[in-house]
Design a protein around this ligand. Structure first.
Ligand SMILES: CC(C)(COP(=O)(O)OP(=O)(O)OC[C@H]1O[C@@H](n2cnc3c(N)ncnc32)[C@H](O)[C@@H]1OP(=O)(O)O)[C@@H](O)C(=O)NCCC(=O)NCCS
Length: 177
């Protein structure tokens, strides 16, 4: 199993952050904007190194998801990517194992918005597709986010969940989920 460094944003040097961000820009072939990186900050990062190169990254940050009348303390997974030359060798699994430990010990729920390509990867790890309608708590009130409905996965920890119920995320710039 690959060695995974787990560290808070506050404890990672600027050059490490630059390397992690560069990895994600490469992995997502340029479709990784400033807001996507910003969404990955302020929580725990899981990093796999090959020498001085970051070859896998993911992070978990805190969000509030509203469900069944409660504002659930949620570990939200962001910025998961493995260098294209290193995919299929267990690095993504190693990153997720580290992040899932954080989710299970610090939050009542894990959540993420999956790319089409990675949906089966998360399902394989026990993440469950949210089947109900999704929304966001925007400055103008609650707005449906129907485009995201088929891409939201949760990792139940301690919260009572109805996967067919409504799930509403807190507000942020860029992609809300
Ligand atoms: C998705 C991704 C993170 C997976 O990382 P990886 O290192 O290639 O995956 P691993 O080698 O750790 O695979 C772990 C397990 O998941 C399976 N798996 C990996 N990718 C999969 C996929 N896309 N679909 C289905 N299963 C997948 C593997 O077969 C393996 O199964 P096993 O435990 O039975 O052997 C990586 O392919 C990636 O960076 N993709 C591009 C960026 C992306 O889409 N990120 C997700 C954003 S939400």
């Amino acid at each position: 199993m690959a060695h995974v460094q787990l560290a808070h944003t506050a404890d990672l040097d600027p050059e490490v952050m630059r390397a992690a961000r560069a990895l994600l820009v490469h992995v997502f072939e340029g479709d990784f904007v400033d807001a996507d990186w910003e969404h990955s900050l302020g929580g725990m990062h899981a990093l796999v190194w090959d020498g001085s190169e970051v070859v896998a990254h993911g992070s978990v940050i805190q969000r509030r998801l509203l469900h069944a009348g409660r504002a659930l303390r949620t570990g939200y997974v962001e910025g998961v990517g493995v260098h294209p030359d290193r995919q299929g060798r267990g690095l993504g699994a190693a990153v997720m194992e580290a992040l899932e430990r954080v989710v299970r010990r610090a939050y009542v729920l894990g959540a993420l918005g999956a790319t089409d390509e990675a949906a089966a990867f998360y399902a394989h790890r026990g993440w469950q597709l949210w089947r109900g309608p999704s929304s966001a708590l925007t400055p103008d009130g609650v707005r449906r986010t129907e485009d995201e409905d088929a891409a939201l996965y949760v990792l139940p920890v301690a919260a009572a969940l109805d996967l067919d119920g409504q799930l509403t995320c807190d507000w942020r710039d860029g992609d809300v989920w």
